[in-house]
Structures are given as C-alpha cells and as structure tokens.
Design a protein around this ligand. Structure first.
Ligand SMILES: Cc1cc2nc3c(=O)[nH]c(=O)nc-3n(C[C@H](O)[C@H](O)[C@H](O)COP(=O)(O)O)c2cc1C
Length: 229
C-alpha cells in the first residue's frame, strides 16, 4: 500500500461514528475497534505486538503505562497472547480506558490506513519476534506490525523496535517452563541490519525500552500514566 492509496480510517471499518474521547470504541464487523470519532492529530501511540513469548509481560507492562495507546496484533501475537493468558478481554481489562485493539485480519494490512490519518506520533513493536525483525530489516511488510513500521518510516513517524534475540544466550519463559536459546548468527545479524533502518530505533532490553519510551514521552511533553510498580 502506498502513501497515495486513497485509504482513510474509514477503510478499516464501515462503522465509524462521531466522537468524544470518553466514548467506548466501536466494534467493526471483523471484531476490530475503531475510533468513535477522529482523535487529535499525532496524539496516540501505535503499539504492535508480535508472536513472542520472550519479554511479552515486560512489554505489556510498559505499554499499559502509556497515555493514549492502540494495540496492533499480528496473527501470531493473538495466538501467543492467548497461550500466556492475555486474551483480548484481559487486555481490555488491564489497559486504561480508550484502548483500541486492531487485529491482523486482512492480507493487505488495511488498518495501516489509520497511519495516514495522522493519528499516531510513534509506532512501537514490542516484543518483536526474530521473524518480524528479519522482515523489517529487509523491507518486507506482510503482517500488520511489519506494515505499520514500513509505512511509519515512509511517513516519517518514529519507530521503536524491541528486538528480543539480541544476546548469544537468551533465557526465555516458554508457556510451561524456562528455556535457554542460542540465537543464530542470522538472528543477531538481522538485528544489526534493522539498526540501519531510517526512522527506526532498536532497543534490546526492557530497561532500554523504558528509557526510549521515557525519552519519547519527554519529547512529546507527555508523561507515564502510572509509575512503575
Ligand atoms: C508460545 C510461543 C512463544 C513464542 N515465542 C517466541 C519468541 O519469544 N521469539 C520468537 O522469535 N518467536 C517466538 N514464537 C514463534 C513466533 O510466534 C512465530 O515465529 C510467528 O510466525 C511470528 O509471527 P509474527 O512475527 O508475525 O508475530 C513463539 C511461538 C509460540 C507458540
């Protein structure tokens, strides 16, 4: 999809209605949540989640402290979130009111059209799987998160990617146990390649992610909605 594609927020839903910030989100036919009314320009974080169990909890904990945020899920993210007991109702319960959850239900990443309406000031992918890191590093965009980052870059919207496979040895929480993984050279190289991308900051730990988000909030004259616990 190019920036010239005549797609607006309405192309993500046929049920857009008019607005107040406190109004609950409107459900679209495919289960996505659209804005009840157009939000202020560059007022929201677009936070993409991929199918990574590694650092999922830590990423969600930071996301839940940000003001004005929408979640964009890859298909794998939706599955993996469920495996870790983060179903969509649980997400809605744990995030501040006003959250929109956008699911990956189209081959052409139709919801990316929301970026063209100038609603989002930042696109985050956290946690980012090795798969998503590889695709982003090579300019492939065939999922909602990879399309969001690609289009954000083309629009000059800052992107922030939390690449999880960045160390020679990674200890990760599988659904039932802790597992030790050794990312291959290709995964580590892809992270380095991703660092070369325009409009894309790469972080490699929850602490780095928190620092990068704090800097972004400061640049936008915004604040965390709640302190770290
Ligand atoms: C329970 C579970 C946990 C997973 N955790 C990871 C992970 O930590 N890192 C990773 O790169 N892939 C992980 N995967 C595999 C990805 O979900 C898979 O590669 C998927 O195709 C990624 O798609 P996406 O990048 O579009 O979200 C996990 C899969 C499952 C079922």
């Amino acid at each position: 999809m190019s920036a010239a594609t005549p797609c607006t927020a309405n192309c993500t839903s046929s049920t857009s209605r008019s607005p107040t910030p406190t109004e609950p989100p409107q459900s679209t036919a495919d289960g996505d949540e659209d804005f009840a009314s157009p939000p202020a320009p560059r007022s929201r974080f677009a936070w993409c989640i991929t199918g990574s169990g590694h650092y999922l909890e830590e990423s969600l904990a930071l996301a839940a402290r940000l003001p004005q945020l929408d979640l964009f899920l890859s298909s794998a993210a939706e599955e993996v979130l469920g495996i870790y007991h983060w179903t969509l109702p649980v997400l809605r319960e744990r995030f501040p009111p006003g959250l929109r959850i956008v699911r990956d239900k189209t081959a052409s990443a139709v919801p990316v059209g929301r970026l063209y309406t100038d609603v989002y000031h930042t696109v985050v992918i956290a946690p980012a799987t090795s798969n998503t890191v590889a695709k982003c590093a090579y300019g492939i965009s065939d999922t909602l998160p990879t399309n969001m980052l690609a289009q954000a870059g083309k629009l000059g919207i800052p992107g922030l990617v939390f690449a999880c496979d960045t160390e020679p040895v990674v200890v990760t929480k599988a659904p039932h146990d802790w597992v030790t993984l050794r990312p291959r050279r290709i995964e580590l190289d892809n992270v380095e390649r991703l660092r070369q991308l325009d409009f894309c900051q790469v972080v490699a730990s929850p602490a780095e992610l928190e620092t990068a988000l704090a800097e972004r909030l400061h640049a936008l004259s915004l604040e965390w909605t709640s302190p770290a616990s």
